[in-house]
Design a binder for this molecule. Structure first.
Ligand code: FES
Ligand code: FES
Length: 182
């Protein structure tokens, strides 16, 4: 995989226009029930960031390409920029904030990213943390990943800074930490 040289645009704040149809959306987000009246066209990514204040979910391309906005939707990774909040009625959403321990510490994936210097600007990092969490859940108990397996597993997430090798190292390290924790 090649590193990205283009810059990922940061999305400005946006608000639904006053004349947009409204819907009531009920979700479970990071283990808490949420109910909001919002625009029927509100993206899940904007709903999380602007209505729930969960700004750990980053928005880069808004076209399903960069993976920055990845969350777990009913336990599976999903690009929140490609979903309407209203589409997710009744679903369970986990954002990067919901993956962190309640004591404010780091989970094994986050600890491995820090230890392995797997981030620079950090814009892509929440999306990677979510994707790696799913990848390691699907491969629970394994620590013998090849670089190619890891790169394939993370191929939907783009990073413009790191060149990816330290991210690959972090995934292997996270697997070791999780194995050690049992
Ligand atoms: S913001 Fe790039 S995939 Fe969603
Ligand atoms: S985009 Fe900067 S660390 Fe990945």
């Amino acid at each position: 995989m090649h590193s990205q040289t283009h810059s990922i645009p940061h999305k400005p704040e946006d608000q639904p226009a006053g004349d947009e149809p409204l819907v009531t959306v009920r979700l479970t987000v990071n283990d808490r029930p949420v109910e909001r009246v919002t625009s029927a066209r509100r993206l899940l990514s904007d709903f999380l960031r602007h209505e729930l204040g969960l700004r750990g979910t980053h928005v880069g391309c808004e076209h399903g390409v960069c993976g920055c906005c990845t969350v777990l939707l009913d336990g599976r990774s999903a690009r929140s920029c490609l979903l309407l909040a209203a589409q997710c009625e009744g679903a369970t959403v986990t954002t990067v904030e919901g993956l962190s321990p309640d004591d404010g510490g780091l989970n094994p994936v986050q600890a491995a990213f820090r230890e392995s210097h797997a981030l620079q600007c950090g814009f892509c990092t929440p999306g990677f943390i979510v994707t790696v969490t799913e990848f390691l859940r699907e491969n629970a108990g394994r620590t013998d990943f090849t670089d190619d397996e890891i790169r394939e597993g993370l191929s939907g997430n783009l990073c413009r800074c790191t060149g990816y090798q330290n991210i690959v190292t972090a995934v292997r390290r996270a697997a070791e930490l999780m194995e050690r924790e049992g």
